[in-house]
Design a protein around this ligand. Structure first.
Ligand code: ADP
Length: 545
């Protein structure tokens, strides 16, 4: 499109690209573009589009204030992904400021920032919405598991070809374990139907299982449906909002568009799970009640997910109300992951061995996981000395590759253009953190020893690394007086005489770690004793055996 050369661009985030894809492929039918102001308002207030059709959640495109200032009604803009690829153009019909309060109340039923959806909205949503039809040039680029991605039309054609007239849709954002499997079997039997296993694979929250692992688990679980031809697996590029009841209804409409006749709604469907319980914001049955109340209008049967429990003496799953005080077993996904990481066998009543095997590949025990040893503390505290010793001991042991991201090596190879200003030192630490997280992801050992004086930077590095493996923060807490007396590189005397500015401990703060895994004050220790403390910690927690 030569046209696009002088076209204004709007760069979409991953969740916005998901919405664009669902608008483009017909999953959001009857919508043909991002909503205009009137539709958005009607949807928030009445759950209906201005033409009266049922629609529970606005599908709006938000932009930041400065971007909005460059756009005007009547303009055609290019919608691009972060790499500049242009899946669609949009003809802007409406631009209006976001009323966050009304949006939060309408979609989530609350404006409480403790709700993760509300929080995300207040913190990342732009200041304005732009509405208008989208003209799709090509679907957004997707690389993973292509053969499992379908448009509604493709799925409908497939159902026709297979002779399936009744199909139950099962929505999930989790791995399919035995209870879910039993649920889908019961739903199929009840509805005398086949199954569309329809997991969502939009952007995931930090700490969520990676999508590739999850999809491999679905493929493994599919083998357990016998005959396997009773179900179809398809991946839905949709980003969860955690809006509970209204979102359950949106999920139902999407599945209706995919040609399904039945839809299973779980307790707390699409509710936020962050924090203690999913019931903090919505009644567990509210999602089912709302979706079921529109079943007639949608011409879609809404099935309630039964609370199934495993009864040991029967060796079977039964509805909770039929357990009658017999011994039942249950396990959460978190408990399950912890178990396999501890090297324990996955119980077959909870998950199929084939699924467990996939999970075990992605969640190996600590002795095989990568980890980062992150020494932080004042200059001269002993970080490099300890790190060097630990590095040598781990290499003597062998088994996993070890990389020592030593200060000088990093400065030479990664950060040669950086100086020692506050800002540059922080950039340097972040780069070290990034490389350490890649090493950890690839199951190696990264050892770092920067001063890393700022808590916020360390916390961010920890968050990134902990999604891939271990983060072991070693606070080398040798007091300033001792460090200054040692002054191995003569830096303190330079700082005192003003030759170096912003020196940590002298004229720049060191923010002490809140909960380091190990704290070492090397005033009265030999370097070997300090290193031994670190190795003992690794041994105790299972990272080395
Ligand atoms: P940093 O990397 O924290 O700036 P270094 O390891 O470069 O610190 O320097 C610490 C200095 O303190 C070295 O000269 C080292 O020999 C000395 N030192 C004395 N006791 C210890 C100990 N228990 N652990 C580490 N270093 C020690």
């Amino acid at each position: 499109r030569e046209l696009s050369l002088d076209m204004e661009s709007v760069v979409l985030t991953d969740p916005q690209l998901s919405d664009l894809e669902l608008l483009a492929n017909g999953a959001y039918s009857p919508l043909t573009g991002f909503m205009c102001k009137n539709d958005c308002r009607q949807v928030l207030e009445t759950m209906r589009l201005s033409d009266g059709l049922l629609w529970p959640i606005p599908i709006c495109l938000d932009v930041q204030e400065d971007a909005a200032a460059n756009l005007s009604v009547g303009q055609t803009v290019a919608l691009r992904d972060a790499e500049g690829f242009m899946p669609a153009v949009m003809h802007i019909k409406d631009i209006w400021p976001v009323d966050r309060q009304a949006y939060a109340q309408g979609v989530f039923g609350t404006a409480d920032p403790a709700h993760p959806g509300v929080d995300r909205m207040f913190n990342t949503m732009g200041s304005h919405f732009i509405g208008g039809d989208v003209e799709v040039l090509t679907l957004p680029l997707r690389f993973g598991f292509r053969r499992l991605r379908h448009t509604p039309q493709e799925i409908r054609t497939l159902f026709k070809k297979l002779g399936w007239r009744s199909v139950v849709a099962f929505h999930t954002e989790k791995v399919l374990h035995r209870p879910d499997y039993e649920q889908t079997i019961r739903a199929m039997a009840h509805a005398r139907a086949n199954l569309l296993l329809h997991p969502v694979i939009g952007r995931i929250r930090p700490g969520d299982m990676d999508t590739y692992t999850r999809v491999r688990c679905y493929l493994a679980a599919c083998q357990k449906y016998s005959p396997g031809s009773m179900i179809t697996l398809s991946l839905l590029p949709y980003t969860m909002r955690y809006a509970g009841p209204r979102e359950a209804l949106l999920h139902a409409i999407i599945r209706k568009n995919y040609g399904c006749t039945h839809f299973i709604v779980a307790p707390c469907h699409a509710g936020p799970e962050a924090g203690e319980s999913c019931t903090a914001f919505y009644d567990p049955d509210a999602a089912f009640s709302l979706a079921a109340s529109y079943a007639g209008e949608l011409n879609l049967s809404v099935l309630q997910f039964e609370d199934l429990v495993y009864v040991e003496e029967d060796g079977a799953y039964v509805p909770k109300k039929e357990a009658n005080g017999r011994k039942i077993r249950s396990m959460t996904e978190e408990e399950f992951i912890k178990r396999i990481q501890d090297g324990k066998k996955a119980p077959e009543w909870f998950t199929f061995p084939e699924v467990a095997k996939e999970m075990e590949r992605s969640y190996p025990p600590k002795s095989v996981q990568g980890f980062t040893i992150f020494c932080t503390g004042l200059s001269g505290a002993g970080k490099s000395t300890i790190a060097g010793l630990v590095c040598a001991r781990l290499q003597e042991m062998g088994g996993r590759p070890v990389t020592f991201l030593d200060g000088d090596i990093v400065r030479k190879n990664l950060s040669s253009e950086l100086g020692f200003s506050k800002e540059h030192r922080d950039i340097n630490v972040r780069r070290i953190g990034f490389v350490a997280s890649e090493i950890t992801k690839n199951r190696g050992i990264a050892i770092c020893a920067p001063i890393a004086p700022y808590g916020a930077t360390r916390r961010q590095i920890r968050r990134n690394i902990e999604t891939h493996g271990g983060f072991i923060e070693i606070h080398v807490a040798t007091p300033l007086t001792v460090c200054e007396k040692r002054d191995p590189k003569g830096l303190y005397s330079k700082a005192r005489s003003g030759l170096i500015k912003d020196f940590t401990g002298i004229d720049d703060p060191y923010e002490e770690p809140e909960r380091p895994e190990v704290t070492l004050d090397t005033t009265d220790m030999t370097p070997e004793e300090a290193a031994q403390e670190v190795l003992l910690y690794l041994e105790r927690t299972g990272y080395i055996r």
